[in-house]
Design a binder for this molecule. Structure first.
Ligand SMILES: Cc1cc2nc3c(=O)[nH]c(=O)nc-3n(C[C@H](O)[C@H](O)[C@H](O)COP(=O)(O)OP(=O)(O)OC[C@H]3O[C@@H](n4cnc5c(N)ncnc54)[C@H](O)[C@@H]3O)c2cc1C
Length: 429
């Protein structure tokens, strides 16, 4: 029973409200040009691009499409990375930093145009997102970020307290950056839509097909699952934060951090006029980030760093969520939480995504550090373009060696316990 829970999608709002999708498990021996391992945004965007360019592609997923971060996240389709643009340049150098910024600033457009082109039903709303500051320290961070974004030509607006109160319906936050390039989606519905689009374009997608080995003979890769094999010239590893033992160096190269969300029942119409009235999705500058958004049915969804074990609601985390709701919207009575779930984020050592050539003909990107809808969709597409002949130097990320983070377990523990302490302090203040 426990194993079953551990292998199914979490009992989340997204699982309850997404259009259904099911695929067979791989059986027997197959061959194709490219095999993609992992069916999240990265793997499926890659498979879609390859299939549309008439390359034969098979996607293998250990559980179900969207089982990883892609089916569990907040659904904020933001431009750029979580890291401030100047810090990205300091890490990657100006050449790659500027290229990555340009590519990712248009990544929401890439996502929303894929949704339009393939008619993906995923509650897509392009009403911008709000980056919110609850205190003076956060306001300084917003000022710095706004200046960096404006100097790069981003059409953002730095909002003062009055406008922030109007757009959030809350006096808790003191200022905001409004980014009109961004929006929200139902993430599991989007990733399932990508799977359907890839299949329509000619890709094959298999669920419940964990890849247990990948070996190379005479220039061909042979990838094995319990039910069958795929032989292919190229392999794309798109397992990101859910990487386990297949390529042992991969899980050692990021810090796993859990993020949880709790969703209310649908709120009544009178309340919805007072809460995020224009339905922007929000994230904040808190030391431990908080997210806030509505879904199409009018449920309020709040999230932060933490883990929900096996679908069981954690009293500690739901108590934190209720205490924050009281601060954001004192007129809202404590809510029964209809859904609580969590997922794993892969934080890279420098909080910038990494592109690795793991072996001849085997490529991966990972470590989106909490910003993966736009970046995952873009990076999947770039990997496909590389496999189709675009020189690797023209991709917006340098190819680097996989580096293991020796202190990753300590760092993961530090983030987990540190966020617990932060949540306790937020409840007390
Ligand atoms: C709770 C949460 C909130 C987030 N909120 C946001 C947000 O609002 N906006 C945003 O932009 N980003 C957000 N992110 C980040 C974003 O969700 C991820 O960066 C993104 O989903 C990564 O996509 P991916 O396809 O690279 O990896 P994943 O979606 O994690 O997919 C990897 C897949 O590989 C499969 N797999 C692993 N091993 C094998 C194997 N051996 N064989 C076959 N398959 C295998 C896994 O089962 C999994 O389905 C959030 C993440 C989490 C967890």
């Amino acid at each position: 029973m426990k194993n079953q829970a551990a292998t199914a999608l979490p009992d989340s709002l997204w699982a309850a409200s997404a259009p259904s999708f099911q695929a067979d498990a791989l059986q027997g021996d197959h061959s194709c040009d490219v095999v993609v391992i992992g069916a999240g945004f990265t793997g499926l965007a890659c498979a879609l691009e390859l299939a549309e360019q008439c390359t034969s592609v098979i996607v293998l997923e250990t559980q179900q499409v969207g089982f990883g971060g892609s089916g569990r996240n907040v659904g904020l389709v933001n431009a750029g990375l979580w890291l401030e643009p100047d810090k990205v340049n300091a890490t990657l150098g100006d050449d790659y930093g500027n290229r990555l910024y340009q590519e990712l600033s248009t990544s929401p457009s890439r996502v929303f145009s894929l949704i339009d082109r393939h008619g993906i039903e995923c509650e897509a709303q392009r009403r911008g997102t709000l980056h919110l500051a609850p205190n003076a320290c956060g306001l300084r961070e917003l000022d710095r970020r706004a200046e960096q974004l404006a100097s790069r030509g981003a059409p953002i607006q730095r909002l003062g307290s009055e406008k922030t109160v109007e757009l959030t319906g809350s006096t808790y936050y003191k200022g905001a950056i409004f980014d009109p390039r961004a929006g929200t989606i139902q993430p599991l519905a989007y990733v399932r839509g990508l799977a359907k689009a890839a299949i329509s374009a000619g890709a094959a997608v298999y669920e419940r097909s964990p890849v247990v080995s990948a070996t190379q003979h005479h220039g061909q890769w042979r990838v094995a699952t319990p039910g069958g094999t795929v032989t292919a010239e190229r392999v794309v590893i798109a397992t990101n934060g859910y990487s386990a033992g297949l390529i042992p160096s991969m899980p050692a190269s990021f810090v796993p951090i859990n993020f949880f969300q709790c969703a209310t029942q649908p709120l009544d119409k009178a309340l919805l006029k007072r809460i995020l009235p224009q339905k922007q999705g929000c994230w904040d500058t808190g030391l431990v980030m908080t997210s806030l958004r509505l879904d199409r049915a009018g449920r309020l969804i709040i999230g932060s760093v933490g883990e929900i074990h096996d679908g069981a609601q954690s009293g500690f985390l739901t108590a934190w969520a209720n205490s924050m709701l009281k601060k954001f919207y004192p007129f809202l009575a404590p809510q029964p939480w209809s859904y609580c779930w969590s997922g794993r984020i892969a934080y890279s050592s420098d909080h910038v995504p990494h592109l690795h050539q793991l072996a001849p003909g085997m490529i991966t990107t990972l470590g989106y550090s909490g910003r993966g809808i736009g970046p995952g969709t873009a990076m999947g597409t770039w990997m496909a373009k590389y496999l189709l002949g675009t020189p690797i130097e023209s991709l917006p990320l340098p190819v680097t060696d996989v580096q293991s983070i020796k202190t990753r377990k300590i760092q993961a523990l530090y983030y987990a316990r540190g966020s617990d302490l932060y949540h306790i302090s937020q409840r007390l203040l």
